[in-house]
Design a protein. Sequence first.
Length: 354
Amino acid sequence: FSCREQPIFSTRAHVFQIDPATKRNWIPASKHALTVSYFYDATRNVYRIISVGGTKAIINSTITPNMTFTKTSQKFGQWADSRANTVYGLGFASEQHLSQFAEKFQEVKEAARLAREKSQDKTELTNPALNITSHQVLPSPIISSNGPGEDKLFRSQSADVEITTEKERLKKMLSEGSVSEVQWEAEFFSLQDNNNKLVAALHEANANVDQWKKQLAAYQEETETLRQRVAELESQGGHDSSSENNKEELSQTLEELELLIKAKDEEIQMLKSQKCGRWEAEGEREETLQKLQELEACNAELERRLHLAEQTLAETLAEREKIQNEVTKVAEIMDVKIFELSEIRQGLAKLVES
């Protein structure tokens, strides 16, 4: 397009063209959405829709008053260009973008109609031949094949037949297009974008799951260490008859730890089996995070119980040592008493002999 043309409206859309072979299927003009713009040439008083992909003009459509933009779905619209011998289709990201483009199409179409009428009036005023023959033959309206400023064609009866035939052919072309196919084609690229985002999210979730698995393994190892320490404490306090209650509590705690470890192992297996669910990656991530938080809380509770068990065992050992010291003192007192009793018996024996 020339530098004398100025853009008056731009939007983003996926561009399609009708398949020239079947006249039914849509062929995507690009893999991604393109900028589609309305341009106005003030010199020639011409409006065009232009879209460029790379160095190639994907759309170069001059708007004429007989064109019609049709909404075939909430996000897809199309129009026929008889000069380019094709039908263009645009897939938008939202219904609002489609409505804006359709409103601008109607405005530009009306402006093109007014420009054509002014051009025709100007041509009639500057062409005396039309005035001379106006009382003899009804003049036919003048249409421009390529816009104002170029060669004009007089409409005859045969031209009317050709235009009518062309309109019928374009209507048939539009009616043959499958509405469902248009809708699916229009949504195809947006689904591709969503799929790329989901794949990226899945990769991130998988990386997070691997990290959480390592944390679970570390927590499991720490729990095993705690269990061994509880077993050692139990063996140390197993010979004291006064610590039977503590032993039962420690055994119960050990059983709870074993059940907890078994439950966490089952959760790890469940997380591994759920890893294949590609579309449930986000939910799995949240669920795994919640389970990790629960496991951390469980480990904190186990550490608290272990601390209480260690404290109870220390108190039991201290009490046992205290009892042993008291027994030792009593034994020493008994030895002294026995020695004194022995001396008294010897003194009595001497008195009896004397």
